[in-house]
Design a protein around this ligand. Structure first.
Ligand SMILES: NC(=O)C1=CN([C@@H]2O[C@H](COP(=O)(O)OP(=O)(O)OC[C@H]3O[C@@H](n4cnc5c(N)ncnc54)[C@H](O)[C@@H]3O)[C@@H](O)[C@H]2O)C=CC1
Ligand SMILES: CC(C)CC(=O)C(=O)O
Ligand SMILES: [Mg+2]
Length: 348
């Protein structure tokens, strides 16, 4: 197993090093190559993602990324020029973001019942496509556009993936989250494609929620969600909220998948580089460890993936919720649990 690792900025290197520690306990022969990309490379060389590096990354089985973004770099340079470029170049059209309230975790909602959802966020289109610009710059009449790109091809492959996942889950329920009451054209295309694909999955029940209402339900009744399919921007926003209601952003994992398998998929925590806590050894590495579990599952290493998730579940059920420990202490605990294979298998 050849993995490329991009620790990145802020807390990225801190959480990635704990995740690699845990990985080493389940797949000791995994070969990891670290790539220096992010703020420090940009400052020293002006480079974001050289073609040669992109080529090398593409040769790996999968990529593990910490986070990018740094206050010393103008906003958007690293996010667009590195992170989004990776997602777009490697055709990471499915951005998979599970949102699960693990037993024992005290979320902010008290006792909301079972929360176990998967958000299938479109990853290469929408308002993030870079389709826009500034007109009459630096005048009083400056105009900024950011045109959302939605292709039938792009939507269909993501919607099909979401239906496939819903069909394999016990509840078999899919919710389209959009804003069709206002975004007339893209909303219509998303709705029509969901309707078309639903015909192939008669057992999957389908619901629709406007994104603003979805944020209400995410807080007042999150257990209504099973699989959510949505566009790039809405998915970005609601997955931070899903993370918040399932115990915090430090627990939320994600995968950027090229379902065709032509390019390596990339796994990363949902959170960013958290400059406010960087360098303090206080970031929770659990999201990155769970991202490694998603990575292994994606590469077919199902047992290894389950061992990691079981260890995380055990740790979450038994840790001091108010004071879970330092980044390295959590990493050490998880590595020890995985290594001893002691955590009971949860019903996953
Ligand atoms: N995938 C990526 O690389 C992402 C990068 N970013 C970038 O990261 C930088 C910071 O962005 P923010 O909007 O502040 O989002 P953020 O996710 O980095 O931080 C939001 C809040 O969550 C906390 N937090 C994040 N991860 C945590 C962890 N593992 N344990 C405990 N607390 C954690 C932070 O301390 C902060 O209070 C920006 O440059 C942004 O563009 C943001 C999101 C994703
Ligand atoms: C920094 C953005 C480009 C990405 C983001 O916030 C996300 O994917 O969650
Ligand atoms: Mg985000």
């Amino acid at each position: 197993m050849r993995l490329a690792v991009i620790p990145g900025d802020g807390i990225g290197p801190e959480v990635v090093s704990e995740a690699i520690k845990v990985l080493g306990e389940v797949v000791p022969n995994a070969e990891t190559t670290s790539y220096d990309l992010g703020a420090s490379r940009w400052h020293s060389t002006g480079e974001l993602l050289p073609e040669s590096v992109l080529g090398e990354l593409a040769e790996h089985d999968a990529i593990l990324l910490g986070a990018v973004g740094d206050p010393s770099v103008p906003s958007g340079i690293l996010e667009r020029g590195l992170l989004l470029r990776l997602r777009f170049e490697l055709d990471h059209h499915v951005n998979l973001r599970p949102g699960r309230l693990y037993p024992g975790v005290q979320g902010p909602l008290g006792d909301p019942g079972e929360i176990d959802m998967i958000v299938v966020r479109e990853g290469t289109e929408g308002p993030y496509a870079g389709n826009g610009g500034l007109l009459r710059k630096d005048t009083e009449h400056e105009i900024a556009t950011e045109v959302s790109l939605n292709t039938a091809f792009g939507i269909r492959r993501v919607v099909s993936d979401a239906f496939r996942r819903a069909n394999e889950r016990p509840r078999k329920h899919l919710t389209l989250v959009h804003k069709t009451n206002v975004l007339e054209y893209s909303g219509s295309l998303w709705s029509r494609i969901v309707e078309e694909v639903s015909l192939e999955y008669p057992e999957v029940s389908v619901a629709y929620s406007h994104v603003d209402a979805a944020t209400i339900h995410m807080v007042t009744d999150p257990s209504r969600f099973d699989v959510i399919v949505t566009d790039n921007l809405f998915g970005d926003i609601i997955t931070d909220l899903a993370a918040a209601v399932t115990g915090g952003i430090g627990l939320a994992a994600s995968g950027n998948l090229d379902i065709s398998g032509r390019n390596p998929s990339m796994f990363e925590p949902v959170h960013g580089s958290a400059p406010d806590i960087a360098g303090q050894n206080v970031a929770d590495p659990t999201a990155t460890v769970l991202s490694v579990s998603l990575l292994l599952d994606h590469l077919g290493e199902k047992e290894a993936a389950r061992r990691i998730e079981a260890s995380v579940a055990f740790d979450l059920a038994t840790r001091d919720q108010a004071s879970p420990g330092t980044t390295t202490a959590i990493g050490d605990r998880l590595a020890a649990l995985v290594s001893s294979n002691a955590a009971p298998r949860p019903a996953l």
